[in-house]
Design a binder for this molecule. Sequence first.
Ligand SMILES: [Zn+2]
Length: 118
Amino acid sequence: MPAKCKVRRDLLLIFILLLAAGATLCLTLLFRLPGDWVVVEVDGEEWGRYALDKGASIHIETEAGGYNVLEIADGCASVIEASCPDKLCVHQHRISHSDETIVCLPNRVVVSVVSGRE
Ligand SMILES: [Zn+2]
């Protein structure tokens, strides 16, 4: 086989691989599960569980005296207020897909989205 042909075949192979990778990425994004529940954990223990499709404002109190205010709206959960000094949790993005989390290290609060009906 002439060398030229081989190069073209390699290019075709690379093209197919890229296409396959792109398609996989698209499918993953398309079928990424929207979450169903917002689970709040304080100090590693489940503190509460809320439906993501119902709007709510939840005041999370920790034993150490701290608090976080979790807001659920439009299928997304976010921390809108907190007693922690760094406010990192407040600045984190709203979460709506399974396995996304908002963490407040000072208050030891973890808010995560999980999927699955109960
Ligand atoms: Zn925080």
